[in-house]
Every structure is written in C-alpha cells, then in structure tokens.
Design a protein around this ligand. Structure first.
Ligand code: ADP
Ligand code: MG
Length: 326
C-alpha cells in the first residue's frame, strides 16, 4: 500500500496549478498569494463555510460537494453584482483520501473554470470534514448591489424557482415521499445549485437591492426590508415554486410545501428589488440570459413582510427561515 500523502503532497497534487492569469503574480505555494486587481475596480470579498452534518449529509458525492462549496460563494458575489475572480479554499479533512479529494476538486474546478475563477490559496488540515471558501470579485466603483438600496414602490423579484432544495432535504430525511425521478431532480438542485452570476452582473444599475436566497425567502427578503427600511407585500400565487413544491401546495402536504417555498434554504436564487420603470428591462435581460425573473410583490412604507395567500389573506404565522442558532 502507498504511504498516505503528506499535507504538502496533497497540496501539490490537488490544489497547486500554474497561475492561469497574469494578474495572479504569486499563486499557490508561497506564504500568501499576490494579485493585481483590475485598476479602478472595487473588490467584493465573501467567505462561506460548509460543515458536514450541518450543510451537507455525510456521504454526499464529493464531486457535487466540490461544486456546491464554490457555488454558494459565487452566489454571494452574484448577489452583489460582482464578477468573480479569485478563490481561496480552506479544508479540514478526516483523512488523506486522494480519490475523494480528486473528485471534490473536479467539481470545484469545473465550476471555477466556467466562471473564470482562479484558486489562489487555501489551507489544508485534518479534522471533521469542513470546507471553507473565500471568494474575491470585482465591481465598478459604487456599482455593488447591497441589501440597503430598496425603496417603497419598488417591485420584488425572485429568479429561477424556489423550494426544490428544501423538498429534497425533507425527502432524504424521510419526511416526504417523492417519486424516484422527482427526487433525483430536486436532489440535483440541492447538491448542484447554479450560482446566478450572469444575472447578478446584468442587474448592476437596475436592481436597487439584492441578495441570494440561502436561508429561505421570508428571512432573506426580511434582511432587505430591514436594511432598506421598507415593508413588502408578496403574493403566494406569484412565487415561482418548483413544480414538485407547487403540486403540494393544494393538498395534504401544504404546510410542507409552504415551508419549502417560503423558508426553505439552499436554493441560491436571487431575490432583488427594482423600480417599476425597470420592468421591461428586467424582462428582456431575463429572457436574454434564459433565467426566469418573476415579479412576486412590491415594497411599501413601513416594516415587515406580508405574504398574501391565494384568497388575498395574509398568511400567519409565516414559516421561519433557517437560523443556525435559532
Ligand atoms: P502556510 O504554512 O504558510 O499556511 P501552507 O503550507 O498551509 O502554508 O500552504 C502552502 C501553500 O498551499 C499556500 O500557498 C497555500 O495557500 C496553499 N494551499 C494550502 N492548502 C490549500 C487548499 N486547500 N487549496 C488551495 N491552496 C492551498
Ligand atoms: Mg497554512
């Protein structure tokens, strides 16, 4: 049997590559990476951690996990309207399982290359499986889309569809029964979310506020409302529910479907606000990018979120979003 790889052999084999871009002056292999960002651009920086047993099931396919570890971070940059450029990867691994690592990095690199993101550093240590990525993106001065710029009167949009990832978690946990092909589809949404990078870039100068829906719409839209000092009225019937969730909104599983739709995390869609005058522009850019952008409600003066049911009555109580310490 081969001797287990040392930390430095692992780094050399799985993480170190020749820099692909001239702006990476010093890449993996030194004490720090040195980058030369595009002159005049502002940097958007974010870090996100995935812990086994908390953010992903033990035994999750390594390739899918590599994808998701980077995807959730690119999603944060997308929500800011930033173009992703660089990533750092800190990993705690229970053992030097090279087959696992090779698959993990295949998922990570395939997504990184698709978005032209370069891995410039990280850290590797033994411990309970835990993956932590830092991403760095660029945005023109003042163009970052924050959570704080929404105004009363703005429209509220959601990209893609909501609820599939949360439905998959419930199905895998045995709370919901799904047909085999439906489970395969929603599980793909849970394990391989597609960060809305192109949409985020297209929303620069259009959206007044944005974030990615990682913990559930109620809580996440609530962050925009709090930071922007607005209230929102959203119509349940307009929300873009994943078909498997939509189907369950009118039967015995309604509560589960509502929870997945309104408070299910892990979809990594964008929720954003924009003035009414931008409606046509948003329809056009969504069509061009082939990413649905659904108008789900409007902002008002005041505070708090109201979700109107199919009869126009406020849903109460609203299902709570995920909170690690809640
Ligand atoms: P130091 O001891 O200075 O922290 P390390 O020995 O941890 O350096 O890392 C050596 C080089 O390998 C550094 O450039 C570091 O950024 C890189 N590196 C280590 N682990 C990873 C990883 N998981 N992904 C990417 N780069 C890594
Ligand atoms: Mg180190």
């Amino acid at each position: 049997m081969n001797a287990p790889a040392s930390e430095f052999e692992l780094i050399d084999r799985h993480f170190r590559r020749a820099p692909r871009h001239a702006d990476v002056r010093v890449g993996i292999g030194d004490d720090a990476a040195v980058i030369a960002p595009t002159p005049g651009m502002e940097l958007a920086v974010s870090v996100d951690m995935l812990v086994e047993g908390r953010h992903f099931f033990a035994g999750t396919d390594a390739e899918a996990l590599g994808h998701k570890t980077l995807a959730v971070n690119l999603s944060d940059l997308a929500a800011m309207g930033a173009a992703p450029r660089y990533a750092l990867l800190a990993g705690a691994l229970p053992d030097a399982d090279e087959a696992w690592l090779a698959r993990f990095m295949q998922g990570f690199r395939t997504l990184a290359e698709r978005h032209d993101v370069e891995l410039i550093g990280g850290d590797t240590t033994r411990g309970p499986r835990n993956l932590c990525v830092t991403v760095i993106g660029e945005v023109p001065p003042g163009a970052a889309i924050t959570r704080a710029g929404a105004h009363p009167g703005d429209d509220v949009y959601v990209s893609g569809a909501l609820g599939a990832a949360a439905l998959a978690v419930r199905a895998l946990g045995g709370d919901v029964r799904l047909a085999h092909d439906v489970l395969a589809r929603v599980r793909e949404r849970l394990e391989r979310p597609e960060p809305r990078v192109a949409l985020g870039l297209a929303l620069r100068g259009v959206a007044t506020a944005a974030l990615d829906v990682s913990d559930g719409l109620v809580g996440d839209l609530g962050h925009i409302l709090e930071r922007s000092g607005c209230a929102a009225v959203v119509e349940l019937a307009r929300l873009p529910a994943d078909p498997a969730v939509a189907e369950r909104l009118h039967g015995a599983d309604r509560d589960v479907a509502l929870a997945c739709l309104l408070a299910g995390g892990d979809d990594y869609e964008l929720c954003f606000t924009a003035p009414r005058a931008a409606r046509e522009r948003i329809d056009v850019l969504a069509r061009e990018l082939a990413v649905p952008a659904t108008l789900v409600g409007t902002l008002e003066r005041g505070h708090g979120l109201t979700v109107l049911d199919e009869h126009g009555r406020p849903l109460a109580p609203l299902p709570a979003s995920f909170d690690h310490f809640g």
